[in-house]
Design a protein around this ligand. Structure first.
Ligand code: TRP
Length: 374
């Protein structure tokens, strides 16, 4: 059933109907007109062309301002609940493209406070060390080290706090319950938290003493935070931040979202070639049981996790992607072959990524906002 899915910042389950979700949240589709507008700045990123980044709020306004010479700041983040997997880096790769295309400064927030509050059993030491690990992955993707600053909530709280307070004063409990589904058992830190996630959106404006547009590229599951953030912005004299939202990166099991709760269906950036081979080998393809049947009937790329991985990340060439799809459908290539090809692509990517991740250790210190020490 199409209605049978849940997407909140803390829970994603079921078969997600992304159009319906955008409608429920009230976000706007990225249509051909907007894509054409974006192509003025360069060939639209594959994630735009393929409808992975598919929905937005006020992107046109952000671009209007940009064209007037009022450059936007980029803002995104990560709740450091565990090691980084491919699903996390997908929107980061897109952020890097926006940074390069528009020459944007960027704030990257690590919400160690959030994960401490929301995750059973997590200590502040855990979430802080995970933030460090996750930040290495972010840096490894090649963000401009001069233009990108890392916010670690428990370290930079002094700067965030006055903004968060202003935000918090404008959000009442009944709104928080309606937007986030809190109830009487929710700890009170969690209730306050959204104001901390809102703060970086206004930080550049606060520092400059004038409105600096802010664009937030991230998963659509974060929209509840930014709805609340946008609602309070005018009352505080800030410009509403714009958002550009992507779909969730699928799991290897065929689930709609890659999740650490299913480690065998999740590829971590620290996985070695053998682990990748094993995990991809077990991936859901929806293929037929016998080779004969598959040759005859063909496969179904729409449900195949291996194909989805090519679609979302590992085959940038649209022509090659279409070729994989049609060869699969007419039984020319079999699931085993696709799995071998994907394993190779992932392992090549990870080998390079892991090298850059090591090098990131040398620069991470210089990227911390206000120079906190890790
Ligand atoms: N809440 C996000 C998460 O759990 C982390 C986050 C903080 C974030 N600020 C953000 C995500 C801005 C996207 C954009 O991962």
């Amino acid at each position: 059933m199409a209605e049978d899915f849940i997407v909140t910042p803390w829970e994603v389950t079921g078969d997600i109907d992304y159009d319906l979700l955008a409608e429920r949240f009230g976000t706007t589709a990225i249509d051909d007109k907007l894509l054409t507008r974006l192509s003025k700045y360069g060939e639209p990123h594959m994630m735009l062309r393929r409808g992975i980044f598919y929905s937005h709020r006020d992107l046109n306004i952000i671009l209007d301002e940009y064209e007037k010479g009022n450059k936007f700041i980029l803002y995104t983040g990560r709740g450091p609940s565990g090691h980084t997997h491919l699903g996390h880096i997908m929107p980061w790769i897109f952020n890097k493209w926006i940074q390069d295309t528009f020459g944007a400064d960027m704030l990257f927030q690590f919400t160690d406070d959030e994960k401490f509050l929301f995750k059973q059993g997590a200590t502040l030491a855990d979430t802080r060390s995970m933030a460090y690990e996750n930040a290495l992955d972010m840096i490894a993707l090649g963000f401009d080290t001069e233009k990108t600053k890392i916010i670690l909530d428990t370290e930079n709280i002094k700067t965030l706090y006055p903004i968060a307070l202003k935000v918090a004063k404008k959000i009442n409990l009944s709104t928080a319950k309606a937007v986030f589904g809190f109830d009487n058992t929710t700890n009170i830190g969690s209730i306050f938290f959204t104001s901390i996630q809102a703060a970086p959106a206004f930080l550049a404006s606060e520092i400059a003493g004038r409105n600096i547009p802010c664009l937030i590229p991230c998963g659509i599951d974060q929209d509840p935070h930014f709805r609340a953030c946008r609602d309070v912005a005018p009352g505080l004299g800030y410009m509403k931040p714009g958002q550009i939202y992507c779909k969730m990166f699928p799991g290897l099991s065929g689930a709609d979202k890659m999740s650490s709760s299913d480690p065998m269906a999740t590829i971590y950036t620290t996985d070695g070639p053998k682990e990748v081979k094993k995990k991809v080998g077990r991936a859901f393809t929806g293929g037929c049981v016998s080779v004969e049947e598959q040759r005859q009937k063909g496969g179904n790329p729409e449900v195949c996790a291996v194909f989805k991985y090519c679609y979302y990340l590992f085959e940038e060439d649209d022509r090659k992607l279409n070729e994989i799809s049609s060869k699969c459908k007419n039984g020319e290539i079999l699931c085993g072959e696709c799995k071998i090809a994907l394993t190779e692509k992932i392992n090549t990517f990870l080998e390079i990524h892991q090298g850059k991740r090591e090098k990131a250790k040398d620069v991470i210190g210089g990227m911390s906002f206000e120079g906190f020490k890790w």
